[in-house]
Design a protein around this ligand. Structure first.
Ligand code: NAD
Length: 232
């Protein structure tokens, strides 16, 4: 049971690596820049860490080469935001970068997984923003995550005859570094009042949902888009 996690060196990806190792998976994480974090996870968990930018098809192929022939799980997790703001204020270069990582990167990883897997499950990491829209902050990001949802539905149907399930988790606001990078470090605290459960989520709470979708308990779930947003 080998599972590949992209963007696995921190945040939701790292929490998922910890959870899946506990569940008995052999885990291979791809990372883009945070080599120190990746090495720490290798030491802590015994996972294999491979430098792989998901927007580069050769990197993606190398990641799967390193994982070997028996990949049964893929967590298509790597994703970014840009500095937040109303769409009218956002720079074209930032829009292109978010589309490149969140859409092209996710599709390249899904394609490589589809070429190599002979069964098992792909879990795409979308966002609650895909249906909520994130006005004033990230409508471009929301649009890229809606593409991830569509990728999930289409590929689930395409791969079902080969016994490969494809599902998706839509996290709500989760406490990770992504909010620092978008210039809204206080976002998890700020949104708490609008979340029915009254708080932002923790990375472990997304890892649990991903672990379930990968598990045999979810054997009849494919094409599912699972919202894990505290009720938002
Ligand atoms: P994070 O910034 O902590 O982690 C993202 C990871 O993806 C990092 O390790 C980063 O290096 C990696 N990454 C970015 N671009 C990459 C690329 N081109 N190639 C390989 N790796 C790359 O953020 P996170 O919150 O853990 O985000 C994980 C996923 O969850 C993302 O897809 C994000 O859009 C999604 N998400 C997060 C939240 C949230 O509130 N944290 C909410 C909804 C969805």
């Amino acid at each position: 049971m080998t599972t590949v996690i992209t963007g696995g060196s921190r945040g939701i990806g790292a929490a998922t690596a910890r959870r899946l190792v506990r569940d008995g998976h052999r885990v291979v994480i791809g990372y883009r820049q945070a080599a120190d974090d990746a090495r720490r996870l290798e030491d802590e968990l015994g996972v294999l860490a491979v430098r792989a930018d998901t927007t580069d098809e050769d990197d993606v192929a190398r990641l799967f080469d390193a994982a070997g022939d028996d990949v049964t799980g893929v967590v298509n997790n790597a994703g970014i935001t840009s500095p937040a703001g109303p769409l009218t204020d956002l720079r074209t270069a930032d829009l292109r970068r978010v589309v490149d990582v969140n859409v092209i990167g996710a599709i390249l990883v899904a394609r490589e997984a589809a070429r190599r897997m002979t069964g098992g499950c792909i879990v795409n990491v979308s966002s609650g923003a895909a249906t909520l829209g994130s006005p004033g902050e990230y409508v471009h990001y929301a649009a890229t995550k809606a593409a991830v949802d569509a990728l999930t539905v289409g590929l689930a149907k395409e791969l079902a005859p080969r016994g490969i399930r494809v599902n998706c988790v839509q996290p709500g606001t989760i406490r990770t570094d992504i909010h620092q990078l978008s210039g809204l470090p206080d976002r998890p605290d700020r949104v708490a009042g609008r979340v029915p459960l009254g708080r932002a989520g923790e990375p472990d709470e997304i890892a649990g949902a991903i672990a379930w979708l990968l598990s045999a308990d979810a054997s009849y779930a494919t094409g599912a888009i699972l919202r894990v947003t505290g009720g938002t």
